[in-house]
Design a protein around this ligand. Structure first.
Ligand code: WTA
Length: 648
């Protein structure tokens, strides 16, 4: 497979960037021509229709296609035997599985037929809660094949979180498995689903894959086994090769919903549509990582997050690439696990998160001994700002200073990478994401939304926005378009607001400094402070709470909770109460949201109008006790002293 849109020189980057801004319709039509369409756009339609007021974004509306025909069928003719997914199990002693494009295509067709047999139709929402096994990718692609909208939920979310998402999405179908292996743990996924379904009246069918052979309850009429269903399809198959016709989808039909945290309320369902997402994930995959046919690409993310959607499932498969999918975690059975995998499968491109790098750094160089990393050509990071120390360690000890490091900035809402250097084509710079991809028009604004144009000490600093839509931008938030407008398009007129702060230098390079809203980024996972507070407040003894982030050596940010207990507090029980609060948060959101630190306080610093002054709480959590700024507008300034003392 060749990539006519692959940028190979810095001059071409500048030329392509210029054209993408001056003639976005022409530019993206050329990229679109490299895919297979069932029907081209009607002659009279515009390639792009948009405004950021409603907001409305439509790319190639009226054109018809199916994304799985592009990710699977079109590779069969020439690359059917190319490995599509190499799967490395949690336990290094278990056998690796390799699925060629031919095999993956067949399995997706079989399971797509299973879905149809179970009544799933185009537009239906299917919730997927499976560990990192190939069946997860098969489930995702099978939904896409029949036009069902998938909504994958990460294994670290609780039954309550799943129940909320099922309800919000109006999901009638679930695909899950008995359990998932993660390091030394065995997570009972089906049992969590059973809890999520208590009281649920909309889910008609749960399809259960077997991975851990954990005993599970199976309800007659609702729960069926994946394997039985597939066997039934194979038995009834008439042709030698089962080829389930792919549903005809409009370019702007929804492809999936993925829930993500914001600064207010419950997580929202970010919606991506078929064609724009297809173009964006392929284009960014091929250009940022400079993928060459034959390369083995290892993205260490979980498919439960956007990185796994875009760079384990869709981007690599659309590009006909060979991707490596890993079930386990970087530190089990030991901290050499990633390096083992790189060595064993001769990985060429490694894409991971700064948290993983920092965590592995802390084990020193021993785990790298006797590991052959010479196959590596490109290294990537994603999910949170990377500190220079981690960047240099990655570059020096993993890339041996011969692999370009791409620092890729993007979000669930952006579908794929927006700002990054292109490996070996545009220069890298430690802890800078550098330049926008073609089609991406970033700008920095001040609090009032005025564009910042002045440099102070060689950089300008402000809130990061986008001026115009790229093909992969979110289209709406599921069931609540107004929320989408409010969250992303109302802070600054006619701009998409990312929620991040950034610097820009005179050459147009960007460095992302972190969230400027009430969103935390813990180990590269997004959490809303309000969401965590709501969960803490569910504990019977809690009156109120305030959650802030603080710098954490490995996680990037840690969760610090200030909690006010009711009058019945017994100090000797404090440690137990803290554990109870952690258990409550685990139950309401999931283990990933558990605070790292809890401090009991008698009150929170509030202004006379009742607003919590988070600035002060943040400072205390960061340990900056002597530099709290103006506290005179507080209702009860004495509370600050108490909080400071409690911290000491
Ligand atoms: C942060 C993950 C600095 C950022 C793909 C963004 C980053 C949020 C980077 C989105 C990076 C992501 N440098 N910060 N290279 N990549 N972020 O939706 O704050 O899980 O807004 O998407 O992660 O997180 P999300």
């Amino acid at each position: 497979m060749s990539y006519p849109f692959q940028i190979t020189t810095i001059e071409q980057y500048h030329e392509d960037y210029k054209r993408s801004v001056e003639d976005p319709e022409g530019f993206w039509s050329d990229v679109a021509d490299t895919f297979e369409w069932k029907k081209k756009q009607p002659f009279s339609s515009r390639v792009l229709e948009w405004n950021f007021t409603e907001p409305k974004v439509k790319w190639f509306e009226g054109a018809k296609l199916n994304i799985t025909e592009n990710a699977l069928d079109r590779h069969l003719k020439t690359n059917g035997d190319t490995p599509a997914i190499i799967w490395e199990p949690n336990d290094p002693n278990e056998k690796t599985r390799t699925l060629s494009y031919k095999v993956l295509h067949r399995k997706v067709c079989e399971f797509a037929q299973v879905l149809r047999n179970n009544g799933v139709k185009k537009g239906d929402r299917v919730c997927i809660y499976i560990g990192m096994v190939p069946e997860l990718a098969i489930a995702v692609l099978s939904c896409a094949r029949i036009g069902a909208i998938h909504s994958v939920i990460f294994g670290g979310f609780s039954a309550q979180s799943i129940a909320d998402r099922l309800e919000d999405a109006g999901a009638e179908y679930i695909i899950t498995c008995d359990g998932a292996y993660r390091g030394a743990k065995d997570i009972p996924l089906k049992s969590i689903i059973d809890d999520a379904l208590i009281g649920n009246k909309t889910v008609k069918r749960v399809i259960v894959h077997t991975r851990t052979r954990t005993p599970v309850s199976m309800l007659k009429g609702r729960d069926v086994w994946w394997r039985d269903e597939v066997d039934a399809v194979i038995e009834n198959m008439h042709d030698e090769v089962l080829d389930v016709p792919a549903e005809v989808m409009d370019a702007e039909d929804p492809l999936f919903i993925l829930y993500t945290s914001g600064s207010t309320g419950k997580p929202k369902g970010v919606v991506h549509t078929v064609a724009g997402y297809m173009l964006w994930t392929t284009y960014t995959f091929v250009n940022v990582f400079q993928y060459q046919p034959g390369d083995v690409f290892f993205c260490t993310a979980d498919i439960g997050w956007i990185t796994g959607h875009s760079y384990i499932v869709y981007g690599p498969l659309l590009a006909g690439a060979t991707g490596l999918m890993f079930e386990g975690i970087p530190t089990w059975p030991d901290a050499g696990r990633f390096w083992n995998i790189v060595d064993k499968h001769q990985v060429n491109i490694l894409y991971t998160a700064p948290t993983a790098i920092r965590s592995l750094m802390s084990y020193g160089l021993d785990p790298l001994k006797d590991k052959d990393l010479s196959s590596l050509k490109v290294l990537g990071t994603v999910g949170e700002p990377i500190n220079e120390e981690a960047w240099h360690w990655y570059d020096e000890h993993i890339g041996k200073k011969k692999c370009p490091v791409v620092d890729t900035w993007w979000q669930t809402e952006t579908g794929g990478i927006l700002i990054s250097n292109l490996a070996g084509v545009t220069p890298s710079r430690p802890s800078w994401a550098t330049l926008p991809l073609p089609g991406v028009q970033p700008l920095l604004v001040d609090e009032k939304g005025e564009e910042i144009t002045e440099f102070t000490d060689d950089v300008m600093s402000g809130n990061l926005c986008m001026r115009a839509p790229w093909p992969g931008i979110l289209r709406t938030t599921w069931g609540d378009h107004e929320r989408c407008r409010q969250t992303y398009f109302s802070t600054y007129k006619d701009l998409y607001f990312t929620g991040d702060g950034a610097w820009r230098d005179e050459a147009g390079n960007f460095k992302i400094t972190g969230r400027v809203d009430d969103v935390l980024n813990v180990s590269g996972h997004r959490l809303g402070t309000a969401e965590v507070e709501n969960a803490i407040n569910m504990h019977a003894s809690v009156i109120e709470s305030a959650v802030v982030g603080y710098p954490h050596e490995v996680k990037g940010q840690g969760v610090y909770a200030y909690v006010v207990l009711d009058g019945k507090r017994r100090k000797e029980d404090d440690e137990l109460t803290k554990k109870d609060i952690l258990a409550t948060v685990s139950r309401i959101i999931g283990p990933i949201a558990k605070p790292d630190k809890i401090q009991f306080v008698s009150g929170l610093p509030k202004t006379r109008s009742g607003k919590i002054m988070r600035r002060i709480l943040r400072k205390v959590a960061e340990g900056e006790l002597n530099n709290l700024g103006d506290t005179t507008t507080l209702l009860d300034p004495a509370i600050v002293d108490e909080i400071k003392e409690g911290k000491l």
